[in-house]
Write a new protein. Sequence first.
Length: 149
Amino acid sequence: MQARRVPLFGDLLALARLRWVREMAAGLGARGYPDYRRSDASVLRHLRRDELTIGQLGATLGVTRQAARHVVDGLEARGYARTTRDAHDSRRVRVALTTTGSAYADAVIDVVHSLNEELTVRLAPEQLEAARAALQAIIEAPSTSTIDS
C-alpha cells in the first residue's frame, strides 16, 4: 500500500482558486448573472470606485493594455461597461460601468461577502487567520522565480 502523498501548497492554492471561481459563478448565476468570468470580480470592484482608462486598468490589474482591452470588450459585450474617448486626449479610452454593470458589481461584492461568511462558519478563527496570513505573505513576497532563467 502506498503512503498518501501530501499535496503541494501551490496545487492546493490552484484548486482553491478553481473552487472559489465555481462558487462565485454559482452565486452570481443564482442572482441572475449566469455569465461570470474569472476576471470580472477584480475589474468590477476597481471600476465600481471610479472610471478608468484602459491603460490605468491594465496597470491596476498588472496586465498589458491589450489584455485589459480584451477584458473590457467582454464586459462591454455583456452590457456591463461602456467605453468612451477621453475628452482631452482622444488616444485614451475611458471605461465606466453601466447601470447594469453597477448592479453586477454589487452582486459580485455580495457573493464575495457570502463566501467569506461561509468560511467563517466552516473554519475556526485561528485556521482562517493562518490561511489569511499565508496568502498575504505570498502576495507580498518579492518575486524569486527562476523558472524563466
